[in-house]
Design a binder for this molecule. Structure first.
Ligand code: ATP
Length: 610
């Protein structure tokens, strides 16, 4: 199938829109100040002092030259004043150097602290997001835009502060120039207008290009990961996929490169042209000042002061406009970041949210539940009616895609049913506070996360508040048989897992599963859900794990999903799903007598084991 064509021209962000994004700058500074107020004020103070140094240094330079000329002409040389002036210029130069270093240092430190702060905020915000939004590609684009440009945002701080500093420099230099020769201002304006036009012309284009490519950049990241990561390495090597993935990556990157190149060439071309105009204006001013000096209107010192000031002014003004474009462009990313933080994802908690029952009395009931995933027209499950009684162990079986995991997601309120309702002790579950409700459950998903952290952390993830409680962690490990894994590891519970980090140790699929099951035991949950938790265990370990599970969770409500019928049969009741509907429900014996899908599949598997 041909891949969809991408639009070649990004939407242009207009200069005016760039201005609008500046409204986030004050909030940005409030956040930076909050991160480290002392350092922030030191930075601002250093910049203020640094801003008046250029004009002072130029002025002292002028006085030195005038003094030298005076002393050349004098019969009796008195060099005291000259040395004082040279010493002052030296002191100013040292001060300027020290201040610049102080500014760079505090910029870097503040930047580091601020990027830690933003990363933490992004992680926290992501955790608030509902599962359906997490599975939405638009959400990922927003997240991507918020996450990227962290360094850009830090650069923004330095740029804005430098901008403020430069305004002071410009005003002070302007005052000096106007005092001598007001006409020079006209030439200055002429020299600076071309730069301004250039910046306005290209403002926002790089951002619009980057923005319109957010999704493709995610694709590029993914291709880079798929082509070069330990997780995919086995299959990439075995199937010889590396060339294909590199080809996909290169094809997409080349398109981006061509668009950026076009933009960069236009920018450079126009930039050079406008610069020539600006340089001509500067030399016009220079000629004017030389002319007036030769005629005796200005001293030699005035000449150096004026040409130095004029040159500095031009550089500073050019820098001002270029930086302004940079600021507005980065501020657009800032807008993405703040918009992401301001997203309100939590569905409003229902008013007067009912308190959860201390213990489950009747149990859960699915009443005529039907569900379609967001942005999909397909009914994944429909007309689902069943009860999960308090203290009961209920097993779900059914072919791949029958809807077993989806029912669990609905039970956990990750999604709301499209039709029908789910009740707990007769009350619709959406009337309970969702966060409190979800705390009721201990769940191990079939695609549970293998955190590349220590073994202790991996178990404690089931109830992270218990991370310091060694007895509890060991108890959970014993129950899930993970203690057998621990005893073979050199660092025991402190063993780093996974291959990514130093001294990390990767585990087999079954060993990881034992650790994941320990997570469920960490939490003294009212309801336990095991979604194919033993698929990687060997037959003996699986039987043992399930026998233990049934014994250790006596009186607790549990749902078990498994494709192994030897496991399923120990449940109190079994529900068979087919094509999103309940085909049969009952005890093992009842279903065997029923002579439908369950007995057929059970006999099929049993025959395989004979
Ligand atoms: N996030 C999703 N968005 C859209 N469709 C989904 C999503 N997750 C699952 N589906 C679809 O819902 C159907 C049921 O999936 P579900 O994961 O509930 O099946 P299952 O019975 O648990 O399968 P398995 O035994 O393979 O784990 C499948 O057709 C699947 O493609």
């Amino acid at each position: 199938m041909p891949r969809p064509q991408r639009s070649l021209e990004p939407n242009r962000y207009k200069f005016k829109e760039s201005f609008v994004s500046l409204k986030y700058v004050p909030r940005f500074f409030r956040e930076i100040k909050k991160v480290n107020p002392g350092l922030f004020y030191i930075n601002v103070l250093c910049r203020l002092i640094n801003a008046i140094l250029p004009v002072l240094m130029l002025w002292v330079g002028k006085l030195i030259i005038d003094e030298v000329v005076l002393q050349i002409a004098a019969d009796v040389k008195d060099l005291d004043r000259l040395w004082t002036l040279v010493a002052s210029e030296f002191a100013l130069a040292v001060l300027s150097d020290l201040l610049s270093r102080g500014i760079s240092l505090s910029d870097a430190l503040l930047g580091d602290q601020y990027s830690i702060d933003t990363s933490v905020k992004i992680i926290r915000k992501t955790s608030e997001v509902n599962l359906d939004e997490l599975e939405d590609s638009e959400f990922y684009d927003k997240l991507e835009r918020a996450r990227q440009q962290t360094t850009g945002r830090v650069g923004l701080m330095s740029n804005v502060l430098t901008q403020a500093e430069d305004i002071i420099v410009i005003v002070s230099l302007l005052a000096g120039v106007v005092a001598f020769e007001p006409w020079l201002i006209i030439l200055l304006v002429v020299s600076i207008i071309p730069t301004m036009i250039n910046e306005v012309k290209f403002s926002g284009t790089s951002y619009s290009l980057a923005r319109s490519w957010t999704q493709e950049r995610r694709e590029l990241d993914y291709l880079r990961y798929a082509g070069a990561s330990d997780v995919t390495a086995k299959e990439v090597k075995l199937f010889g996929l590396s060339d294909y993935l590199a080809y996909r990556f290169k094809g997409l990157s080349d398109q981006y490169y061509h668009q950026s190149k076009k933009l960069a060439k236009q920018r450079a071309g126009w930039g050079s042209f406008f610069n020539v105009i600006g340089t001509s204006a500067y030399y016009g001013a220079y000629v004017l000042v030389i002319f007036r000096t030769v005629l005796g209107a200005f001293t030699l010192g005035d000449l150096t002061f004026l040409s130095g000031s004029f040159n500095r002014l031009r550089q500073k003004l050019q820098g001002f406009f270029t930086r302004f474009t940079m600021i507005t462009e980065t501020a657009l990313y800032l807008q993405d970041y703040f918009e992401f933080l301001d997203l309100s994802y939590h569905a409003p908690e229902s008013e007067g949210a009912k308190p959860l029952p201390k213990e489950i009395k009747a149990g859960f009931e699915f009443r005529n539940v039907g569900f379609k995933y967001p942005k999909s027209d397909k009914w994944v499950v429909r007309n689902i009616n069943f009860k999960l009684r308090a203290g009961e162990k209920l097993a779900f079986v059914g072919e791949n895609g029958a809807g077993k995991t989806t029912l669990i997601k609905l039970l956990l309120q990750f999604y709301e049913p499209t039709e029908g309702e789910i009740l707990l002790d007769g009350v619709p579950i959406k009337q309970y506070n969702r966060t409190a409700y979800q705390k009721y459950f201990g769940v191990i998903f079939q695609d549970f996360v293998k955190f590349e952290l220590t073994l202790r952390e991996n178990i404690a993830m089931g109830e992270i508040t218990g991370i310091a409680d060694q007895d509890r962690i060991e108890g959970a490990a014993q129950k899930s048989l993970a203690d057998q894994v621990v005893k073979d590891l050199p660092f025991g519970y402190d063993q780093q897992l996974g291959k990514r980090f130093k001294q990390g140790k990767d585990l087999s699929g079954g060993q990881w599963q034992k650790i994941a099951i320990a997570r469920a035991y960490m939490k003294d949950a009212e309801v336990l859900i095991l979604d194919e938790p033993t698929s990687a265990l060997d037959a003996r370990a699986e039987t043992e794990a399930f026998d233990r599970f049934i014994k250790l969770t006596e009186g607790k409500t549990a749902v078990i999903i498994s494709h192994r019928f030897s496991t399923v049969r120990i449940a109190d009741r079994i529900m068979v799903l087919k094509d999103g509907a309940v085909l049969e429900i009952g005890t093992h014996e009842e279903l065997m007598q029923n002579n439908k899908l369950y007995s057929e599949l059970f006999n099929l598997q049993a025959a395989g084991y004979k």
